[in-house]
Write a protein that binds this ligand. Sequence first.
Ligand SMILES: CC(=O)SCCNC(=O)CCNC(=O)[C@H](O)C(C)(C)COP(=O)(O)OP(=O)(O)OC[C@H]1O[C@@H](n2cnc3c(N)ncnc32)[C@H](O)[C@@H]1OP(=O)(O)O
Ligand SMILES: CC(=O)C(=O)O
Length: 537
Amino acid sequence: MTYQVFDTSLRDGAQREGISYSVVDKLAVARLLDELGVTFIEGGWPGAMPKDTEFFARARTELSLRNAQLVAFGSTRKAGVGVKEDAQVRALLDAQTPAVCLVAKSDVRHVERALRTTLDENLAMVRDTVAFFVAEGRRVFLDCEHFFDGFRFDAAYTASVAATALEAGAEVAVMCDTNGGMLPSMVTRAVGDVAQRLATLLGTTPEEAVRRLGIHCQNDTSCAVANTIAAVEAGVRHFQCTANGYGERPGNADLFATVANLQLKLGLPVLPEGGLEKMVRVSHAIAEIANLAPDTHQAYVGAAAFAHKAGLHASAIKVDPVLYNHIDPSVVGNDMKILVTEMAGRASIELKSRELGVDLAGHPETAARVTNRVKQLEAEGWSFEAADASFELLVRAELGETPVPFSLESYRVIVEHREDGAVVSEATVKVRVRGERVIATAEGNGPVNALDMALRQALSRHYPRIAGFELSDYKVRILEGSHGTGAVTRVLVETVDSDGRDWTTVGVHENVVEASWHALVDALTYGAALAPAQPVG
Ligand SMILES: CC(=O)SCCNC(=O)CCNC(=O)[C@H](O)C(C)(C)COP(=O)(O)OP(=O)(O)OC[C@H]1O[C@@H](n2cnc3c(N)ncnc32)[C@H](O)[C@@H]1OP(=O)(O)O
Ligand SMILES: CC(=O)C(=O)O
């Protein structure tokens, strides 16, 4: 039994607000989808926009697809226009793809009010256009717009649109939930009814009829994936989705969740061997090309899809990860991670420490002390969830292993607003490094930048690697006071070294400069410990 994974990221997915692919972007997305192993890639609407016309022209020489066939999208001929005279049909033909997907009206109200034509002419538009492309040797799919709404309003007419397309040679008539208002139970019922009607019209059995149907779900009820699965469970074998669920309004059925559910939960052979493991990489790469931040909480592929925060989860995971994961994350190319927060228990601390290379298995008292310390600090506004480096330093401190590259005598920062409008920050730090007293002064474009420069200058003679560190991100959050205290500032600092390694540290204080200082000290302490101090020549 074969399934058709029809990806429409480059057509319907591009209809999402905020996405504007270049032709080069589209070619790159097509390559990624092909690598994943989808059956069809709908590349766009040639003739509707120059970019899509160019995409198909360049695809002929620049894309060599191994798994997928390229599909060009367009509408049936216009009402009252001969198929061969229709400019849009011509552009679709000129795209020279092995398959085309035609959109047709299948709801009486749309035919009469949007197309402003007769019901018979609409059927003729479907018949003529499908037959034309079949005669030209193309595989043809028909997207029946507003199929489910139309079927509820006038089942006989909507079914006749699908039957007309199939009789004219279309491979599949796709039931589109264009307005995205369906629920899974409604889809299940409708597919059964459609199959019955279609069987009568085509003179086949309902089982044969359902295999010539496809499903395309918009996500307006947040049920697009569930609706797609309901249709497949009802016998449909062609399903349309988009990478990361991108699409018009709230989007379409997410390709990754749909495919993983069908393959891992229902055991259906959907992607070729090895496809599932590429999902995380392909999902994130497409997000990057779309210029959208990957959704951390996306099912299966999000960075937090297997992130565990609750202490009780971690305590069971310590026994066996299977106890709190619905699948092995590596099957879809993802990883499990343990988060350390105020919700952590000793098991979370032990697992997280192990992830960072610190073994607390033989140190139950240390794990308990770290747990209490984390809870206490989080109550004061600290957050270790995104600051692994500060957490590791805290654990090592409890184990008596903290590297201490320097001790602070004092620091001072001034911000000077000059007559010409220039604002200059200057910091001086006085520290002891391996027995030597070092005083360093530096200017920066702000007080934190000046402090960072001065501290790095003070340490870099003993720790030359520090000169190659860069403060790559700096986030400040003002936290409302709790338990009768005033507001505090939390600072997260991300540092990157010349080898591309990065780490994040945290600092909290009522004063933003002091909070930043804590985060900077952790950043340099952690970074210095990555490579031991070198002798000063
Ligand atoms: C449900 C979906 O998402 S389907 C995909 C929708 N995607 C897009 O619309 C994106 C690309 N679209 C476009 O670039 C433009 O809308 C075009 C080039 C297709 C058409 O542009 P225009 O010619 O300026 O027409 P406009 O968009 O205003 O109206 C659409 C026309 O197509 C007709 N039409 C709509 N659906 C169909 C259909 N299935 N078959 C034939 N004609 C159709 C409409 O009746 C209307 O005709 P009219 O111009 O005679 O009134
Ligand atoms: C064709 C399509 O994208 C829809 O009906 O939603």
